[in-house]
Ligand binder design. Structure first.
Ligand SMILES: Nc1ncnc2c1ncn2[C@@H]1O[C@H](COP(=O)(O)OP(=O)(O)OP(=O)(O)O)[C@@H](O)[C@H]1O
Ligand SMILES: Cc1cn([C@H]2C[C@H](O)[C@@H](COP(=O)(O)O)O2)c(=O)[nH]c1=O
Length: 214
């Protein structure tokens, strides 16, 4: 595989989507159709993964079993990798994904309390060793991220945004543990800075990765 795969990770309201909105036109100007922007759960031009997204994020199922939830994210990811990400990388594209497997480890493993190892094992089956070349972690205190969402996105609150603050604190601790375990892949940026600085920091990381030789 020859392209580059970069995932964007972080708690709710960290600014991933806002930063991507600015980086996409910049990268399109440089790379044109060689750029693919996608997301999890779900995936660009991936109806199966998007159908699972609708199901797993629906506020209609507040009592979904936590392992069922982990399986749905994993199933969506498998489809995303096989049908969207790997074909793009084979075609030498740059793939940017708003969330990937670290979300499962942090949210299901740490947040829901299933445990890192169980969620890792489940995702080993899905990933078969496949991981992003780089992951940009948007570091923000969960209360700050949630306050941003409450202030700006009342109409978009999903099932997870309704979880108690303790859940989001466990997610945040899970991400920090992951970043400690894999400091080479996971690059931390301070997402509490003014948006312009967060964009600049993410831009520097993306450029560094794209300019790296195979
Ligand atoms: N650095 C920043 N400072 C202040 N506000 C910000 C900053 N970054 C993003 N925001 C605002 O916070 C809100 C959430 O941002 P955004 O949707 O980009 O986060 P996200 O990481 O994609 O969240 P989620 O994963 O929950 O979808 C938006 O209203 C956005 O304008
Ligand atoms: C991939 C993935 C995602 N989640 C959660 C994290 C967020 O609360 C939602 C996605 O919403 P967004 O606004 O599109 O970021 O899904 C998760 O719990 N586990 C996962 O593997």
């Amino acid at each position: 595989m020859v392209g580059k795969f970069i995932s964007f990770e972080g708690p709710e309201g960290a600014g991933k989507t806002s930063v991507l909105k600015v980086l996409i036109p910049r990268l399109q100007a440089q790379y044109g159709p060689q750029l693919l922007v996608t997301r999890e759960p779900g995936g660009t031009d991936n109806p199966v993964a998007e159908a699972i997204r609708d199901l797993v994020l629906s506020p209609d199922y507040p009592t979904m079993d936590i392992r069922t939830e982990a399986l749905l994210y994993a199933a969506s990811r498998r489809e995303h990798i096989q049908k969207t990400i790997k074909p793009a990388l084979v075609a030498n594209k740059i793939v940017l994904s708003d969330r990937f497997v670290d979300s499962s480890i942090a949210y299901q493993g740490a947040g829901r309390g299933i445990g890192f190892e169980a969620v890792r094992k489940l995702n080993d089956f899905v990933l078969e060793g496949f991981l992003p070349d780089c992951t940009i972690y948007f570091d923000i205190r969960p209360e700050v991220g949630l306050a941003r969402i409450k202030a700006h996105r009342q109409n978009e609150i999903n099932r997870l945004d309704l979880d108690p603050i303790e859940f989001h604190q466990r997610v945040s601790a899970g991400y920090h543990q992951l970043a400690k375990q894999d400091p080479k892949r996971i690059i931390i940026i301070d997402a509490e800075q003014p948006i312009e600085q967060v964009i600049e920091d993410a831009w520097q990381v993306v450029n560094r990765i794209l300019k790296m030789e195979e």
